[in-house]
Design a protein around this ligand. Structure first.
Ligand SMILES: Cc1cc2nc3c(=O)[nH]c(=O)nc-3n(C[C@H](O)[C@H](O)[C@H](O)COP(=O)(O)O)c2cc1C
Length: 171
C-alpha cells in the first residue's frame, strides 16, 4: 500500500482534539492528541494512542493518572502549542487541578475527563493507552474543535446540507 494514500485516507476521518495532561513532580505536562476515543461505558474507560517517541508519555505513565481536555472551536492555538517545541507549554495558560489526578484542566475547554491509568499496550509505532474515568465534567458551552484533512475545522451550523442549502434529506 502506498504510504501517501494511507495517510490521505486516514485524514478523511474527522476527529476532535484533546490535550492530555498530568501533574508530574517537576510540573505539569501535556500533549495534543486526536486519537482519543470512548472505549467502555461499564466500566468507564477511554483511550488514546501516544507515539512511542512521545516525550511526555513516560512522565504521564509514571504518574499513573491523567486528564483529557476536550478543546473548543476557539482553542486551535492551544492545540498548536501543545504539539510544538515551546520551552514551557503551560506558560501563560490558565488551569486548575482536576479533582482526582490533580492534572491540569485547561481554561476554556468544553469538557474534561479525569482518569487513572488502566492499561498500556504496544500498537506499532504508537501505544494504546486506556484510562479508567474517575471524574468528568462540562465547562464551556461551545462547539468542539474538529481536525480533518490535516487541518483544524469548524462544524457547520445545524441544517447546512450543501452549498445550495437544499440538504440531503430523503425525498
Ligand atoms: C491535532 C493534533 C493531533 C495529534 N494527535 C496525536 C496523537 O494522537 N498521538 C500522538 O502521539 N501525537 C499526536 N499529535 C502530535 C503531538 O502532539 C506532538 O508530537 C507533541 O510534540 C508530542 O509531545 P511530547 O513529545 O511532549 O509527548 C497530535 C498533534 C496535533 C496538532
Amino acid at each position: 500500500m502506498n504510504r501517501h494514500t494511507y495517510r490521505q485516507v486516514l485524514g478523511h476521518f474527522a476527529t476532535g482534539v484533546v490535550i492530555v495532561t498530568a501533574a508530574t513532580v517537576p510540573g505539569p505536562v501535556g500533549l495534543s492528541i486526536n486519537s482519543f476515543t470512548a472505549v467502555s461505558l461499564e466500566p468507564p474507560l477511554v483511550g488514546f494512542f501516544p507515539a512511542v517517541t512521545s516525550r511526555s508519555w513516560p512522565a504521564i505513565e509514571q504518574v499513573g493518572a491523567f486528564c483529557v481536555n476536550m478543546l473548543g472551536v476557539d482553542q486551535e492555538p492551544l492545540a498548536h502549542r501543545f504539539a510544538g517545541a515551546v520551552a514551557d507549554r503551560f506558560a501563560g495558560v490558565g488551569w486548575r487541578p482536576a479533582p482526582m489526578s490533580t492534572a491540569p484542566v485547561l481554561d476554556g475547554v468544553i469538557a474534561w475527563i479525569d482518569c487513572a491509568l488502566e492499561s498500556v499496550s504496544p500498537a506499532g509505532d504508537h501505544l494504546f493507552v486506556t484510562g479508567r474515568v474517575t471524574a468528568a465534567g462540562l465547562r464551556a458551552e461551545n462547539d468542539p474543535l474538529v481536525f480533518a484533512h490535516g487541518r483544524y475545522r469548524r462544524l457547520a451550523p445545524d441544517g447546512w446540507g450543501g452549498p445550495d442549502g437544499s440538504g440531503f434529506a430523503d425525498g
